[in-house]
Structures are given as structure tokens and as C-alpha cells.
Design a protein around this ligand. Structure first.
Ligand SMILES: Nc1nc2c(ncn2[C@@H]2O[C@H](COP(=O)(O)OP(=O)(O)OP(=O)(O)O)[C@@H](O)[C@H]2O)c(=O)[nH]1
Ligand SMILES: [Mg+2]
Length: 202
């Protein structure tokens, strides 16, 4: 359980980033449940703003957790009504982060469990894997698939993602599946401490 979680700021350019702490970036299609995921993980009702009108903001929202790390809520990609140029801007922004942030310790790629990976999801998945970052794929909205079909759905998603992937599943509504996610976060934070060179210590 996290004790302290607060919204720090919304960034529109990388030069505005807050005091360095390890960062975990959330990426996923608009409406996949990134903001809801943050609220469910942190057990806060409405810390991260959720909406039914997706894909409007191109800001990176930083949430600071226990003065230890940031969860970064990225804008969603692949929103049908978003123009091609908006999509280009998203890609530039994300690749900017991937290039510039030495504090990025993991990326959580969220996909919709019921819908399965879309073309956009698969494209982003490949890009993330080839970035060399620690990437975890997490399917949201498991509550939308009947329990008896979940095993088959998981298998089908894994097949689409490729043999080597591991799929974590959550329901932000039922707040189910978050213990393994907390474990992933701890592992990513531990790795970042081990990896850091001496001059990165306080
Ligand atoms: N049933 C169900 N609905 C969910 C779940 N997670 C999110 N939702 C709903 O999906 C919609 C979008 O959720 P958001 O958390 O705003 O999605 P987002 O990825 O942050 O969207 P953008 O910020 O537009 O990119 C909201 O209506 C949520 O209530 C889930 O696990 N189960
Ligand atoms: Mg959101």
C-alpha cells in the first residue's frame, strides 16, 4: 500500500520535468484505462483524471509516490478522431522521453483485454521492445470478459503479441490483479538502484 501519492505537474515539454526520481511510464491507446489504472493502483478515487472523451491532452502527467518514484500518465495513441499529425506528435513526444530520460526504469504498456491488441498496439509494442527498456504488457478491463473466457482470451492475446511476451491482467473497476503489478514496480526500482553509477547516489 502506498502512503503518499500526489499529482506533481503536467509536462508539455521535456525541459519542465520535476526533480529526478525513477519514472514508470504508462502508454496505451486512448480509453484503455491508463488514468483509471493509476487510481486503482494507488487506491485513490480520482487522483488521475479519467474521461469518456479520450485523446484530448498531449501532456505527460507526473504523479509522485512516497517520494520514491513517478508514475507518468502519457497521452493515449490511436484515437480514431485524432488526425495523423496529432499521432505524429505523440510518437515524437514518446520517443523524446525514451531518448532523454535516464530516470525511466520501466514502461507499462496497457492494452484492452476484451478488445485485444490493435494494429497500433502491436506497432507500439514492437517499438517499445526494440527500445531496450524494461517493458511490461498489462491488459486492462478483465471484468468485461466472462470468467470462463478469460483463459482463452489471454492465450489469444499472448499469441498476437508474440511467444516471448508475458501478459499481466487487471481490472481497474474491480481493483483486481494489482499485487503482481506492485511487485513489478518494486523490481524495477530495485534494478534502478543497482544499475545507478556511484555519482547518482545522494
Ligand atoms: N469495465 C472497466 N472499465 C474501465 C476499466 N478501466 C477503465 N475503464 C473505463 O474506461 C474509460 C477510459 O478510462 P481512462 O482511465 O480515462 O482511460 P485513459 O487510457 O486514461 O484514456 P486517455 O487519457 O484518453 O488516453 C472510463 O470510462 C473508465 O471508467 C476497467 O478495468 N474495467
Ligand atoms: Mg487518461
Amino acid at each position: 500500500m502506498y502512503k503518499d501519492a500526489k499529482y506533481v505537474k503536467g509536462l508539455t515539454k521535456m525541459s519542465d520535468r520535476p526533480t529526478p526520481l525513477p519514472e514508470i511510464l504508462l502508454v496505451g491507446r486512448s480509453n484503455v484505462g491508463k488514468s483509471s489504472f493509476i487510481n486503482a493502483l494507488l487506491e485513490r478515487k480520482s487522483l488521475a483524471r479519467t474521461s469518456n472523451t479520450p485523446g484530448k491532452t498531449l501532456t505527460l502527467n507526473y504523479y509522485e509516490i512516497d517520494q520514491r518514484f513517478y508514475l507518468v500518465d502519457a497521452p493515449g495513441y490511436g484515437y480514431a478522431r485524432r488526425s495523423k499529425s496529432m499521432k505524429g506528435e505523440f510518437v515524437r513526444m514518446i520517443s523524446g522521453i525514451l531518448r532523454q530520460s535516464s530516470d525511466l526504469v520501466a514502461v507499462f504498456h496497457l492494452i484492452d483485454f476484451k478488445v485485444g491488441p490493435t494494429e497500433d498496439d502491436l506497432e507500439v509494442h514492437r517499438d517499445l521492445l526494440s527500445s531496450g527498456l524494461l517493458v511490461h504488457t498489462i491488459a486492462t478491463k478483465t471484468d468485461k470478459v466472462p470468467k470462463t473466457r478469460r483463459h482463452a482470451q489471454k492465450k489469444s492475446i499472448l499469441k498476437a503479441l508474440g511467444e516471448t511476451s508475458v501478459l499481466h491482467t487487471v481490472s481497474n473497476v474491480e481493483k483486481a490483479g494489482f499485487e503482481p503489478i506492485k511487485q513489478l514496480i518494486e523490481e524495477a526500482l530495485e534494478r534502478s538502484v543497482t544499475d545507478a553509477s556511484p555519482d547518482h547516489h545522494d
